[in-house]
Design a protein around this ligand. Structure first.
Ligand code: GLA
Length: 748
């Protein structure tokens, strides 16, 4: 010990020699800590008829979240609740149930907000300053205001509680209250801490032709991020939505707690699941990838909506909540029934003239379909005629060589035959081989000095540029002027963003965000002028399926893959988040143009009848008996389709089981339609007994199989109680591969 002190004094004596000297005039410490006003502790309950999201403001003004789930009577009891041992640095480890964590203070986990200030600082600490509640019909809106007292940054957290639907829609508004501009490096829409022992995440992946494939994944103690960076066609590989089953390792349609979420954004998104020692922090919003967003002094950035629901009765109820909300708010014209149709694409591709289309219209009318849609190939002239996918996009004038009679001639014929008329456009795109590309190279998304990559021989127009927004709106508007009988537009979008760059943007970081905002601006203009037209959102099939665009569209083209076997998986996956009313489902020819599979026409019809039914083939290629079956299926579909559009969906068996079964039940539970499909042969195993769902156990239902002369069920034509059908012996004999059946149930 003595030796140690001797060494220490020697070292101190040496200090000046090795460069250290005590400051002569000690610098005055100007650091003053800004005082945070204390507030009254309180509980803020955002609640619907069955779901509650509880916030807790402590005396220091910190906003926490202790509950999202079943509605608890008297939530004020949470006032004394202590969630974590915060004095041991729970924020630091992400376990303090922070309702809106930021980079700064003691929090070091995935933040909802990350701001970089003009002085280079990254610290934000938000405190509660007040909240307000407003009620309008079914919706209660709660806005919670937070502020950083040092930087004057303000955040408003907005929660819309849809009472009957049990859905809570939330977003954030970030205001730069300071005097200098700031940069938003993360700017989530919504953040939710959840506490359970196990978290089973169900999310969606895929590609062209396999959209909305389902993955179930038990979350470990690490960060799971689901995101896209491809800008447009943003849901090609992942969807901005999920289901989270709590305290279980197995997905279940009927039992257990499930939280579901979907982000209403058609561009780059990021869903982060950050599991800490005692909770899971879910953070959802725009992906800040290459999109640090500069916010000028006084400016506010409004993030997109995140849609949440909770179910205590498994995933099925979570989906039904989302569907119910989608019908009244999430989907444009969500409660309307969209017409059955014949689309020209797989039946004619680019090879048609007026005679081809007229004969397709006649056949569609004869089969009882309600609309004809003229797909790609009707525009472009001369060297840029759209006779294949290599030219013409951008030149939206009628192809006078192919259709000298004009669009109005075709549309009028459809109307005379009692059909509506629809037409295809892809207004955000341009082929290098087009007059538009020659006239406006500055409108193309490109990076100076670099090759502009093509995707399906086309370039992307820079929709962040207001001049391009005007052009795109003009394409829609001019197309509508081609005839006053256009009832439906199929708006396509067939590529993603590569080597992004905008000639127009001064700040390239704004490109991804402003592209999507520009897209919505155009759609708002379209809807102001054309509130009645039915618009389908297509993007190489289902590469743009989200609640952002659905606010303006009536439906989506679910997938280019029309193979009924693949469709069972795609439609099943889509149904977990989105209602059947939006799913365009078409019967196409065999061998299937995508997969080569040969399935029976009945199987193809039954699968397509589980969504918005359509056909996409040359009707002339059908035999007489096939035509008869088509007539029959279309006719019966019209009798029960109100259940598909506005009924409640119950999924009975998932396609991964080799069988697929589902049903839709009317709101009053008096009518239902049940679908069963055998996807793969299981030796002598017949279709195992189905437990129907959602019926009234006490009602007696008459069961009728549709579109067959001989039923595959022994009980066909008879009457059974809901109790028997839900718990007893509904076992249609569907044992051969690709056998299928549709049953219609009506209470006596
Ligand atoms: C995309 C769509 C198809 C069809 C073609 C036309 O692939 O998804 O349905 O409209 O474009 O080129």
């Amino acid at each position: 010990m003595k030796r140690f002190f001797l060494l220490l004094s020697a070292a101190l004596l040496l200090l000046p020699a090795i460069g250290y000297s005590a400051p002569k005039n000690k610098k005055k410490d100007t650091h003053t800590v800004v005082a945070i006003p204390t507030v009254e502790a309180q509980v803020i309950a955002v609640e619907t008829e069955g779901v509650q999201w509880l916030f807790h403001v402590d005396k220091a003004g910190v906003l926490r979240c202790y509950h999202f789930g079943k509605r608890i009577a008297d939530p004020g009891q949470f006032l004394e609740f202590s969630g974590t041992r915060t004095r041991h640095g729970a924020e630091k480890y992400g376990d303090a149930a922070m309702a809106w964590p930021t980079v700064g203070g003691r929090y070091n986990n995935e933040p909802a907000l990350h701001v970089k200030y003009a002085d280079g600082s990254h610290n934000t600490e938000l405190y509660y300053t007040g909240h307000e509640v407003s009620v309008a019909d079914d919706v209660t809106t709660t806005t919670i205001f937070l502020k950083d007292y040092v930087t004057a940054l303000e955040v408003a957290l907005v929660y819309q509680a849809w009472q009957k639907e049990n859905v809570i829609v939330s977003h954030s508004e970030i205001k730069n209250g300071g005097k200098k501009s700031v940069e938003l490096l993360e700017y989530a829409s919504s953040f939710m801490p959840v506490k359970a022992d196990k978290y089973l995440l169900t999310h969606f992946w895929g590609h062209w032709g396999s959209e909305m494939s389902v993955d179930h994944e038990l979350l470990g103690h690490d960060k799971k991020v689901i995101e896209t960076r491809i800008g447009v066609s943003a849901t090609k590989l992942n969807n901005p939505s999920f289901l989270l089953s709590l305290d279980t390792e197995a997905y279940n349609e009927r039992y257990g707690e499930v939280i579901a979420g979907a982000l209403a954004w058609s561009g780059n998104f990021k869903l982060c699941f950050d599991r800490t020692i005692s909770q899971l922090n879910i953070c959802a919003g725009i992906n800040p990838y290459a999109s640090a967003y500069k916010l000028a002094a006084g400016e506010t950035f409004t993030t997109p909506d995140m849609i949440w629901t909770w179910s205590g009765n498994g995933a099925g109820q979570a989906s039904r909540n989302l569907h119910a909300w989608a019908r009244v708010n999430g989907v444009y014209g969500g409660e309307k029934i969209n017409p059955t149709l014949l689309n020209s694409w797989e039946g004619a591709y680019f090879n048609f003239n007026a005679a081809t289309l007229i004969s397709m219209i006649d056949d569609a009318a004869a089969m009882g379909l309600e609309m004809f849609v003229l797909d790609d190939g009707w525009f472009g002239n001369g060297e840029y005629a759209r006779n294949n996918d290599r030219a013409g996009l951008g030149d939206w004038e009628l192809n006078t060589q192919k259709l000298p009679e004009g669009i109005d001639y075709i549309a009028s014929h459809a109307h005379e035959k009692g059909l509506k008329f629809g037409i295809w456009i892809e207004p955000e795109m341009v082929n290098p081989k087009s007059n538009l590309a020659n006239a406006h190279p500055d409108w193309v998304v490109r990076s100076p000095g670099r090759e502009i990559y093509t995707g399906r021989n086309q370039w992307l127009l820079d929709l962040s540029n207001p001049a391009v927004q005007d052009f795109v709106f003009g394409v829609f508007d001019r197309t509508m002027q081609l005839s006053d009988k256009i009832d439906y537009i199929k708006w396509d979008c067939n590529r993603v963003v590569n080597s992004f760059g905008s000639d127009w943007q001064k700040d390239q970081d704004r490109f991804f965000v402003e592209y999507v905002q520009g897209y919505y601006k155009v759609l708002r203009r379209v809807r102001e002028k054309y509130p009645e037209v039915i618009i389908q959102c297509c993007s190489s099939g289902g590469s743009r399926v989200d609640y952002g665009q659905l606010a303006y569209h009536n439906e989506v083209w679910t997938s280019d893959n029309t193979d009924a076997i693949c469709r069972s998986r795609i439609q099943y996956g889509t149904s977990l988040i989105y209602p059947a009313s939006i799913m365009g489902c078409h019967v196409s020819a065999v061998p299937n143009h995508q997969s080569g599979a040969i399935t029976p026409l009945k199987f193809r019809f039954d699968m397509a009848c589980a969504g918005r039914l359509g056909m996409e083939l040359q009707p002339k290629d059908l035999s007489d008996s096939e035509r008869d079956l088509a007539d029959r299926c279309i006719k019966s579909y019209k009798q029960y389709r109100d259940l598909v559009f506005n009924g409640d969906l119950y999924r009975l068996v998932a396609p991964e089981e080799g069988r697929y079964a589902l049903m839709y039940v009317s709101q009053d539970k008096r009518r239902a339609v049940v679908y069963g499909f055998n996807l793969s042969y299981e030796s002598r195993e017949i279709f195992r007994t189905l437990h129907l769902d959602g019926l009234n156990p006490d009602l007696r239902y008459k069961v009728n199989e549709l579109n067959v002369d001989k039923s595959c069920w022994w009980g066909n034509g008879k009457t059974f109680t809901g109790d028997f059908l839900m718990n007893g012996g509904f076992n249609p004999y569907l044992y051969k591969t690709y056998s299928s059946a549709i049953f219609y149930l009506e209470a006596e």
